[in-house]
Design a protein around this ligand. Sequence first.
Ligand SMILES: NC(=O)c1ccc[n+]([C@@H]2O[C@H](COP(=O)([O-])OP(=O)(O)OC[C@H]3O[C@@H](n4cnc5c(N)ncnc54)[C@H](O)[C@@H]3O)[C@@H](O)[C@H]2O)c1
Length: 362
Amino acid sequence: MDKNLTVAIIGCGKFSPNFVPLFKAHPLVDKVYVCDLLPDRAAAVAQKFGVEIVGSFEEVLKRRDINAVAIFTQRHLHGPQVLAALASGKHVYSAVPMASEVEQCQQIVELVKKTGQTYMMGETCYYYPSAMYCREAYHAGSFGKFVYGEAQYHHDIGHFSQEYRNDLLNAGLPPFYYPTHSTAMILSAVDSYALKVVAFGYEDQEDDQIYKRNVNQWDNVFSNSYSMMKLANGGTARINECRRIGYKAPSSYVSAFYGTEGAYQFSNAQHLLTVKAPQGVTLTDVSARVNPVAMTEHADDPEFKQKVANHKWQCDNFAPIQQADADRLPASFKVPGFPNGHRVQFPKVGNAYAARPLSKSA
Ligand SMILES: NC(=O)c1ccc[n+]([C@@H]2O[C@H](COP(=O)([O-])OP(=O)(O)OC[C@H]3O[C@@H](n4cnc5c(N)ncnc54)[C@H](O)[C@@H]3O)[C@@H](O)[C@H]2O)c1
C-alpha cells in the first residue's frame, strides 16, 4: 500500500495529542507535522512525539508537500478553517463540530463535491456503544419503523478543566453550537435527518460568569438546551445538550429508542431490548454486548453502579458491539499498549484485543 498523505495537525491543545500517534502509525500517512498559534504548545507536542513543526496555518495552506490537514482548534474556528483548507487543495479531517453556521456546512459540502477532496468530521460518539447497538439492532429489524428516541450529551461545566472555565470569552459556547455528540447517536442509527426543530434553553443561574451576557463572545446565557426534532423518516427525537447538570457518566448516550416492533432502554450500566411477542414483549438484557468488557467483568463489584456513574471502566477497552469495527483498524494500531483515542488501550499483554468470554451480565 502506498503512503500518500502528509498531514499537518492544526492546534496542539488538549485533544490533538491523542491523535498524533494515530496519524503517525497510520499506514497511508507518510509524514506528520504539528502547528499551533502558541509556539510552546507546538514545541511540546513535537518533542513528545518526534514530529516536525510547521510555522502557521497559512504556511500549511501554501505548502504543496502537505496534502492533508487535521483541525483541532477551538470549536467555533472550524468552519472557516475547513473551507480555507479545502480551497487550497487539502483533504481535511476536523474534530467536531464541522462549523458553527449552517451556511458554512453547506459550503463545505459544495466544495467537497466540486473538488473531489475528502472531508471527514471526527464525531467520536458515532462509535459509542449505545449508538452502535441502536444502529445494528435497527438495521437488523429489531425495532421495526423508528418512532421516537432520546439522546443526550451531558458534560457538566464543573468537570471541564479550570483553564477551560477561566477562558470566559469562549467557555460559554451555546450548547447547540456543539450538538453532534448527541445528534450523531440517533441520526446515525436511523440514517435520517431533522426536518423541524424546536428547542428550549435553561438560563444559567450560577455566578461563575460563564453563561453571561457581555462576557462570552456569543452573549449566551443558556447552559443547557433541549430540543424536539421531527425527522425525515417520520419519527421524532428528543436531543439534549447540557453543561450544568448533576450527572457524570457516560457523557453521551441513547437513553431510549422506540420502534413499532421493539424498544431499547438504558440506565447506568443496564441496556434492555424489548421486542413485541404474541402476548406482550420478549425482554433481553443486552448489557454485556454494549458495555465495555472491563465493566462487565466487574459486575459483582459491591460498588459497581456507583463506579459506573463515575466513569469507571468506560474507556478501558472495547465493548463487544465495537469489535467488528475494531477489527477494521490497521494492524499498526493493534499493538499492545497503543493509545487508541479516548484512553482506549489494547491490552498490554496477550492477544491484542481479542474478545473475552462474557459470563456475567452487568
Ligand atoms: N470527543 C470529541 O470528539 C472531542 C473531545 C475533546 C475535544 N474535541 C474537539 O477538539 C477540538 C480541540 O479541543 P481542545 O480541548 O484540544 O482545545 P484547546 O483549546 O485545548 O486547543 C486548541 C488549540 O488550537 C490552537 N489554535 C487555534 N487557532 C489556531 C490556528 N489558526 N493555527 C494554529 N493553532 C491554532 C490554539 O492555540 C490551541 O492551542 C475542539 O474543537 C473540540 O471540540 C472533541
